[in-house]
Design a protein around this ligand. Structure first.
Ligand code: ZN
Length: 500
């Protein structure tokens, strides 16, 4: 068994190395590559991904996994976890027929091109036919993977292993009942939080330098990572010891670069703090998009938009930007960065309305995939849901149904993981606070080390060993994902800010 495990590990290591090379090329593409490199880079990436895929789906790997399945390693061990996780990945990779994989890749890259034009021209009709094909291909993918309860389960499982649509429905239902009326109540008092102070001229270098201070303070290790600039901020890693993040700095609005740094920094802490023994293994990295997002949103929102965080950092921020901030109190600044206002664009939404954007997409995806809704009727359905939940009707499709890249690239079943991340961040953090009750006071003194130590021990070091639901049980003792800690946090915070 030891020998078979060593053979499996050696084969997987080669695949991981190819995937890491792919990541380096992808990172370079978004950070440094001149536009002229695009065509050659697409071919280089496609070759690497094809070779890695072929090595992975080889019969020999399946035989090794079957032989090792009966080895009797304890469930929590690295060995049993590796066999379990690789078996899941392997079965998925083998279930898609080669012809379908090729069709997916062609359609999704064409889909992104057509979507880019359609969004620029605010022209949904231009995107409609390819989207219909993408929906159809996603149905074929779900059928190929197989499912027990509903088709959406198979797609969700790609991003959130083990999660069921019914469970997401339960959690989202509980959130929706409370958040929709909360947003309505806030809208009536929207004037209580004025954010005009954030929309002044803020020097880009000063913004960058300021953002590096909390990034280091929360524990991002610059010996094993770096930050660069890109159009769309992201986190990527080539090793536990080489984790890259990017941010985007805009002169005319202050907090977006900082919050993007904290967000990606949260993702990066998860990647940097896997157990060193997982280096180069299929067990390295985050276990699901929802758990990953729980880490980024914790630092961006729960900590980064807290009063205690700014009790420490606001005087320093005022020194960076004396003319812009001299007449703004800490309390006014705190309200400005926590302003809630219904808006059209998901990625610009505040902490409270953000989830409403997700519910809409989750419901529409299910309607499309279950063929209750025709693609041609999608813009109308989108606008009706926007009006019902946020009281807004988009003036055009660029501000509505065409705003996100996900569907054009074939990703359906992805959106719910954003809100699951919000919910998980508080379910975990509630437990952190039980173990370290004076955490907020620590933040107000500029001490940010305790959460990383806690999360490293409870979550980061395990890599992909346990699913989101397993982590919830292990870390919090709760039987399942619960919306209540998140709702309690939102209600407490915004009741105070808006005097509800
Ligand atoms: Zn994220």
């Amino acid at each position: 068994m030891e020998e078979k495990l060593a053979i499996l590990n050696a084969k997987l290591k080669e695949i991981k190395n190819l995937q890491a090379a792919e990541s380096v090329l992808g990172w370079d593409q978004q950070v440094f590559m001149p536009p002229g490199g695009a065509v050659a880079r697409a071919e280089q990436l496609s070759t690497l991904s094809k070779v890695a895929h072929e090595l992975f789906i080889a019969d020999e790997i399946g035989v090794l996994l079957s032989d090792l399945a009966g080895a009797g390693f304890p469930y929590d061990s690295d060995e049993a976890s590796l066999i379990r996780v690789v078996r899941r990945d392997y079965d998925k990779a083998r279930k898609l027929p080669t012809a379908l994989v090729a069709e997916l890749s062609r359609t999704f890259s064409l889909g992104q091109q057509i979507w880019t034009q359609a969004r620029a021209n605010k022209d949904f009709a231009h995107f409609q036919d390819i989207l219909a094909k993408i929906v159809d291909l996603n149905i074929q993918v779900a059928e190929a993977y197989g499912y027990e309860d509903c088709l959406y389960d198979a797609l969700l499982d790609q991003f959130e292993p083990g999660m069921k649509t019914a469970e997401v429905n339960r959690v989202f239902g509980e959130l929706k009942v409370e958040l929709v009326p909360l947003v309505q109540a806030i809208v009536e008092r929207v004037g209580r939080a004025d954010d005009s102070v954030l929309k002044q001229d803020f020097d880009e270098t000063a913004q960058w330098d300021f953002g590096m201070m909390p990034l280091k303070a929360i524990g991002f290790d610059l010996e094993r990572g770096r930050q660069d600039k890109s159009v769309h901020p992201f986190t990527i890693n080539f090793s536990i010891n080489d984790v890259r993040i990017t941010t985007r700095v805009s002169r005319d609005t202050f907090p977006s670069a900082l919050f993007s740094t904290l967000h990606e920094g949260g993702h990066a802490l998860y990647e940097q703090n896997g157990d060193p023994s997982l280096e180069g293994s299929f067990l390295a990295g985050g276990t699901s998009l929802g758990v990953h997002e729980s880490q980024s949103r914790l630092w961006e929102n729960v900590v980064g938009r807290s009063r205690e965080f700014w009790q420490f950092y606001y005087p320093q921020l005022q020194e960076f930007f004396p003319t812009q901030l001299q007449d703004t109190s800490l309390n006014q600044f705190y309200r400005a960065i926590n302003r809630v206002e219904p808006s059209f664009i998901r990625v610009e939404a505040d902490e409270v309305t953000y989830n409403l954007h997700i519910f809409l997409r989750f419901e529409l995806e299910q309607d499309l995939l279950e063929q209750r809704l025709k693609v041609a009727d999608l813009p109308e359905a989108w606008n009706a849901k926007m009006q019902a939940s946020l009281g807004l009707t988009p003036p055009d499709d660029a501000l509505g149904v065409l705003q996100d890249i996900h569907w054009s690239g074939g990703m359906m079943g992805y959106f719910p993981t954003y809100t699951l991340g919000n919910v998980l961040s508080l379910q975990f953090y509630q437990q952190t606070l039980q173990d370290v009750p004076d955490l907020p006071e620590q933040f107000s003194r500029g001490e940010f080390g305790a959460p990383l130590a806690w999360f490293k021990d409870k979550i980061h070091r395990h890599g992909r060993k346990f699913t989101a639901n397993e982590l919830v049980r292990r870390v919090t003792g709760a039987a399942r994902i619960e919306a209540q800690p998140y709702l309690a946090y939102i209600k407490r915070k915004y009741t105070e800010i808006y005097g509800l």
